[in-house]
Ligand binder design. Structure first.
Ligand SMILES: Nc1ncnc2c1ncn2[C@@H]1O[C@H](COP(=O)(O)OP(=O)(O)O)[C@@H](O)[C@H]1O
Ligand SMILES: [Mg+2]
Length: 364
């Protein structure tokens, strides 16, 4: 088997897995100074966009293409390339298609999609000016596109809304949900979908603190919330998106209203994956490789499922004990350190909550 990976930034997470499967690896990257370029068997530096990767895939006669792109903007080009390459050359591309990316890359379209398929999402309005607001404060103002909390503001008063409009001339305005933030990864391939265990990402705050800066835990244990409901809802969303790859979904749960709300979907490798792997043993990036080599199946996932208590802590710069090889995997580790210097996080797991606390003490 010979696979083309697009993008090197996440490649160190799966290099060990690609090797363990005896796969020949080809990688394209647009930045010649990017990390991990020493890891694959062959690397091609190509211009930005999907033309280069497509040419390399054809020239190298790869069996499948696995995009490893962790940011939103290129996803639509990847989706278009997927449809072309699958149709014209019969080479599978393990990624979301055009419809799924169009529905999920814009938060306004995602809200309409939730309404259409009967999944509850916080009440919202599209505002063209502050005067149009009818929802009660606090409200959350967002732009259609963005990730990591970019361009998001919690408005407590009309003055806050007016201030937001000095920067933008439209806003997705959403009812503020007071409650728990939950993320879940769903894997989809060839019409089969599996929702992995949900992860708890902390409580919403009136400051709009992004979960990137909070302590998270797995599995999700929120009083009053049934994880089956989260998994079932996530499954329904993925099935209606009807595409391949990873779907990471954000939900919120209001205990006061006993209501689960769908917030957004990301059709790409995402920050939830370390905690998912720590908690249940399934690594979404490795599953992309399995999809590419024809080994992905629900029974295969079931065989891998494990049950751990896990947590992820932002630590800045990790100074604890060194992990075993492969360092970015739980194969021979009960913790993984990830993220860029200064913004590192450690994800740790143990058989019980007590052991997890001891481990965290040792690591931080
Ligand atoms: N309706 C809401 N109620 C309360 N907090 C919210 C709401 N929407 C977003 N937030 C806060 O802002 C964060 C980012 O919002 P999200 O829509 O997930 O955008 P992003 O793509 O930037 O992650 C959320 O994780 C949450 O902390
Ligand atoms: Mg989010």
């Amino acid at each position: 088997m010979k696979l083309l990976f697009i993008g090197s930034r996440l490649y160190d997470d799966i290099d060990w897995y690609v090797r363990s499967k005896g796969i020949e690896s080809v990688l394209t990257e647009s930045n010649e100074n990017a990390i991990n370029l020493d890891l694959p068997d062959q690397v091609f530096i190509v211009p930005r966009g999907m033309d280069g990767p497509k040419q390399v895939a054809l020239m190298q006669k790869v069996d499948a293409i696995v995009p490893l792109i962790g940011i939103d903007p290129p996803l639509i080009d990847v989706a278009r390339m997927k449809e072309e390459v699958e149709e014209e050359y019969g080479i599978p591309v393990i990624a979301a298609g055009v419809r799924a990316v169009e529905l999920t890359s814009n938060k306004i379209k995602t809200k309409a999609f939730y309404d259409e398929i009967g999944v509850v999402t916080p009440n919202y309005q599209i505002l063209n000016s502050p005067e149009e607001l009818t929802l009660d404060f606090p409200v959350v103002l967002k732009q259609g596109e963005g990730q990591g909390g970019k361009d998001i503001k919690v408005a407590k008063s009309i003055e806050d809304v007016e201030e937001y409009f000095t920067e933008f001339d439209q806003a997705l305005c959403e009812e503020f949900v007071e409650g728990s933030e939950i993320s879940i990864e769903v894997l989809g391939f060839n019409g089969e979908y599996v929702a992995l265990p949900p992860i708890y990402k902390g409580e919403t705050t009136i400051e709009g603190t992004h979960p990137l800066n909070k302590v998270k835990t797995g599995p999700c244990m929120v009083s009053g919330l049934d994880n089956n409901l989260v998994q079932h809802t996530a499954y329904k969303v993925a099935k209606n998106l009807a595409s391949d790859g990873i779907f990471e979904m954000d939900f919120m749960y209001s205990a006061k209203k006993d209501q689960l709300y769908a917030i957004e979907v990301n059709t790409r490798p995402n920050g939830t994956r370390y905690l998912t792997t720590a908690t249940c043993g399934v690594n979404s990036l490795c599953e992309l490789v399995d999809m590419a080599i024809g080994e992905f199946s629900l029974s295969n996932i079931s065989d891998k499922l494990k049950y751990f208590y896990s947590t992820e802590i932002p630590i800045g710069n990790y100074e604890g004990p060194a992990p075993n090889e492969p360092v970015k995997s739980f194969e021979d580790n009960d913790f993984v350190v990830h993220g860029p210097a200064g913004y590192q996080r450690v994800t740790a797991r143990a058989e019980s909550k007590e052991e997890l606390e001891k481990l965290v003490d040792k690591l931080t």
